[in-house]
Design a protein around this ligand. Structure first.
Ligand code: ASP
Ligand code: MG
Length: 411
């Protein structure tokens, strides 16, 4: 008998019919003898609808009140799912974050979980009940309702699985697993049987939207086996784990991530003196703008060019600041470009294989795609290219790293 935490996302509970289907599924697991804790999101579109309401009152809703409101989305689904279970003769009980006591800090709309009181849940499981918990929400030490950031129900699921030392945390969603890349871009993309936390974290932060990044961090930290599955189709899904099997069959690259969320800024003709990077990036970070990739050119006549990327939402603000900096430090000009995209190859196999980056550059060169910036880490290589070549680049890399072929071993 296993203890399983199952999280169902918004589309999986998007209608009453689907909630009934979820109840059927949970019932089957229960009848097989497993202890089940279910975490649900709000019905699809509900959180957006609620935020929209708030914005009709004020453009920047007061965070505390916003949390009071958006947390109702999940409260509706836990009650409906519990009813659907009880109707089927499956004893069930619903809990809000506050009722479980999922204690968080007080950072409204992006709170972090501090601790989970598992006493109620354990008592219910012992009494044979399915426990249905509202995702995405908690309570701070003063009793204020908090929420965990968009997509936060994933984190609730993982955190509960960690607290309960569950055998597995299953994330049910509208895709049947984690893919080598977005199948809308590469039709030959394949579902991965397995991926490591580290790789998944890179994939998620680089643009793959299957799981909330924080939930992956959490799962890695507490070593919670995590499985992404389709809510209404049978299949093994993708298991996300710690272990990096050493296998000849193991591909070097597990996946290709990409995003169009960044913009590039360049400051030219900067007098190259110690402290230049700080002078340029200091004011950017003081404005709370996060910088991703950075390149400083070799200097030439004692001046240098400096390029970095920021999130597109921060582009205009960053450009404004950079122009000011250019004037202050006597640089020639500050310019920017939003027509860029970032493409990354990710894989723990890179650790034991040389030449991965050059293979990537070769594949891009064959398609005459110009690389504007490069950054690497132990398990990924990212490049910035012109946005219009994004899909071509992803397809070329998918083929170059043999991801189209069924190379990955089963679990
Ligand atoms: N309902 C919340 C959202 O839409 C949390 C979640 O679905 O994970 O972001
Ligand atoms: Mg989600």
């Amino acid at each position: 008998m296993a203890l399983i935490v199952q999280k169902f996302g918004g589309t999986s509970v998007g209608t009453v019919e689907r909630i009934e289907q979820v109840a059927e599924k949970v019932k089957k697991f229960r009848e097989a003898g497993d202890d089940i804790v279910v975490v649900v999101s709000a019905m699809s579109g509900e959180t957006n609808r609620l935020i929209g309401l708030a914005k009709q009152i004020m453009e920047q809703p007061v965070p505390r009140e916003l949390d009071v409101m958006v947390s109702t989305g999940e409260q509706v689904t836990i009650a409906l799912l519990s009813m659907a279970l009880i109707k089927r003769g499956v004893p069930a009980v619903s809990y809000t974050g506050n009722q479980v006591r999922i204690l968080t800090d007080s950072a409204h709309t992006k709170a972090r979980i501090l601790s989970i009181d598992d006493a109620n849940i354990r008592a219910d499981l012992k009494a044979g009940r399915v426990v249905v918990v509202a995702g995405f929400q908690g309570v701070d030490e003063h009793g204020n309702i908090t929420t965990l950031g968009r997509g936060g129900s994933d984190t609730t699921g993982v955190a509960l699985a960690a607290a309960l030392k569950a055998d597995e945390c299953q994330i049910y969603t509208d895709v049947d697993g984690v893919y080598t890349t977005d199948p809308r871009v590469v039709p030959q993309a394949r579902r991965l049987d397995k991926i490591t936390f580290e790789e998944m974290l890179e994939m998620a932060s680089l643009g793959s939207k299957v799981l909330q990044i924080r939930s992956v961090e959490f799962a890695g930290k507490y070593n919670v086996p995590l499985r992404v599955l389709h809510s209404f189709q049978e299949g093994p899904g993708t298991l996300i784990t710690l272990d990096e099997e050493e296998s000849m069959e193991q591909p070097i690259i597990s996946g290709i991530a990409f995003n169009r969320d960044e913009a590039k800024l360049t400051i030219r003709g900067v007098p190259d003196t110690p402290g230049v990077a700080f002078k340029i990036l200091g004011p950017i970070s003081a404005a709370n703008i996060e910088v991703d990739m950075i390149v400083q050119n070799v200097s030439h006549d004692n001046t240098t060019d400096f390029t970095f990327t920021v999130h597109r939402n921060d582009y205009l603000a960053a450009l404004e600041i950079l122009k000011q900096t250019a004037a202050n430090i006597g640089a020639r000009e500050a310019t920017g470009d939003t027509n860029i995209a970032k493409v990354s190859i990710v894989g723990v196999g890179m650790r034991s294989h040389a030449g991965v980056a050059s293979r990537m550059f070769e594949a891009l060169a064959k398609e005459t795609i110009n690389i504007q910036m490069i950054s690497t880490s132990e398990i990924k290589v990212s490049v910035v290219i012109e946005e219009k070549y994004l899909e071509l680049a992803v397809r070329a890399l998918h083929t170059a790293f043999e991801l189209d072929a069924p190379a990955r071993q089963g679990e």
